[in-house]
Design a protein around this ligand. Structure first.
Ligand code: SF4
Length: 72
């Protein structure tokens, strides 16, 4: 089952147009959205940083700090 938040996820449109980022769509958006940190934040009404990746990292290479990482 695909992520129900995809139509309003700022990252999803980027994943669809970037081959380098498309692995995130495969691993999370297409079937594992319940593990996605963006999905979890959105589901509780929290703000979702635009550069937050599904695993809790940001997609800026110099920012390696974990943000809201969830282990499932
Ligand atoms: S990045 Fe997360 S919230 Fe956005 S569409 Fe993919 S699974 Fe859903």
């Amino acid at each position: 089952m695909a992520c129900p938040h995809a139509p309003r996820c700022a990252l999803f449109s980027q994943l669809k147009t970037s081959h380098a980022l498309s692995v995130w769509q495969t691993l999370f958006c297409d079937s594992g959205f319940d593990r996605c940190v963006r999905y979890r934040l959105s589901a509780v009404g929290a703000a979702v940083p635009p550069d937050l990746l599904p695993d809790g990292r940001t997609h800026l290479p110099h920012k390696e700090k974990k943000v809201g990482r969830y282990d499932t």
